[in-house]
Design a protein around this ligand. Structure first.
Ligand SMILES: *Cc1c(COP(=O)(O)O)cnc(C)c1O
Length: 369
């Protein structure tokens, strides 16, 4: 290829560290996957109403979907206490991470996030020509609020973006920390608060981030997804709540007009209605997490405290080697590739059976027979 064809920002990006699809796993390792715990999916799958809704919608797919995603935005306005004109739907919330960066970033802009970080928070910014400061978590895994404030003071960012509960680490920011951070953020910085794991957050640790953002002067965007607790990762649908209709409308222009397909919209609307199923999924993850984290700790692995459907832990060796050894036992987890966490891996909470397979495989690769 002619060497100057590719934009340098794109050429410098790594390939995304995605989980391995089940058919690819079988093709590569020649065994069935016993526990797919590498992508934070809901092991219980979608609720029954979702499958029925997709089937009902299927006959209509000769038509383009509603480019404005009106029906789902209205449902979400009611569910979130926002208004439809401030909601934006994406082909997964990762689509909206890209869209918001394309909407606001100029080459040379500064973006602040945390470390370990959700890859797209960094790579999406780099792709738009920004530079990124990643502030490491405190040693006790509390949110590095002071470090984030210092990073913003040394160069005012266009965007402050992070997830809470955090992927991949697991902890959640407290209301007091959130307030301190907002107070110290320059008023022209866009605050993007990624709540992909909100549903898993311990009710005692919850606070109304939207109300707090609304009370402050900054522009803001909250991101949520149907991929995790709602069990819809394969159909790709997430949403954003913007500070005002203007930001949502501008982001719509930076997104593909028909990027959210009609089956995804039908699935999301059905998933929203089944609150019992959501509660069941969250409980499955919470119970499994407590058990799995305890067993990992008992076995001598340091774990970050988690408010999510996964546990981030120190494998004690190069995480890619550890994860590869588990794959040969039929277990998939995600080794972390970001310095200084390359000994750490993230394991999703699966069914009881999958969690057991994982723990047995960990035991087996430590003490090879
Ligand atoms: C999974 C995840 C997302 C995006 O998920 P989509 O499938 O694109 O909706 C966004 N942010 C974080 C932190 C995530 O873990």
């Amino acid at each position: 290829m002619k060497s100057d064809l590719i934009r340098p920002e794109i050429a410098a990006l790594p390939t995304y560290n995605a989980g391995l699809a089940l058919d690819r796993f079988r093709a590569r390792y020649g065994i069935d996957c016993l526990a797919k715990l590498d992508s934070n999916e809901n092991p219980a799958g979608p609720c029954p109403g979702v499958v029925a809704a997709i089937r009902d919608e299927a006959a209509g797919i000769a038509r383009y979907p509603d480019a404005g995603n009106g029906a789902l935005r209205e449902d979400l306005a009611a569910a979130t206490g926002s208004t439809a004109d401030r909601l934006i739907i994406g082909n997964g919330s990762e689509d909206l991470i890209g869209a918001v960066f394309r909407t606001v970033l100029r080459p040379g802009d500064h973006v602040v996030t945390i470390c370990p970080s959700f890859g797209l928070h960094e790579f999406g910014a780099l792709a738009s020509g920004a530079h990124v400061t990643k502030v490491p978590f405190n040693a006790d895994w509390s949110f590095p609020v002071e470090g984030m404030i210092a990073a913003m003071a040394s160069e005012a960012p266009r965007v402050l973006m992070f997830s809470s509960p955090s992927n991949p680490a697991g902890p959640a920011i407290s209301a007091e920390e959130f307030d301190a951070l907002l107070t110290a953020t320059r008023r022209d910085t866009l605050v993007v608060f990624d709540e992909a794991y909100l549903e898993y957050l311990d009710p005692a640790a919850r606070f109304d981030a939207m109300a707090r953002l609304e009370a402050g002067p900054n522009p803001w965007l909250i991101l949520r997804t149907f991929s995790k607790a709602y069990g819809l990762a394969g159909i790709r649908v997430g949403y954003g709540i913007a500070c005002d209709p203007e930001l949502a409308a501008q982001m719509m222009k930076a997104r593909n007009p028909f990027g959210v397909n009609s089956l995804a919209v039908a699935a999301a609307r059905a998933a929203l209605r089944d609150t019992d199923y959501l509660a069941h999924s969250v409980k499955l993850a919470a119970d499994g997490r407590v058990q799995l984290a305890r067993k990992l700790s008992d076995a001598g692995f340091a774990c970050a405290p988690s408010q999510t459907n996964f546990v981030f832990f120190d494998t004690g060796r190069t995480a890619t080697d550890f994860a590869e050894a588990l794959r040969h036992k039929g277990v998939l987890i995600k080794p972390w590739l970001e310095e200084p966490y390359t000994r750490w891996a993230r394991v999703t909470i699966g069914t009881e059976e999958e969690n057991r397979h994982f723990l047995e495989a960990v035991e087996a690769i430590r003490c090879p027979a």
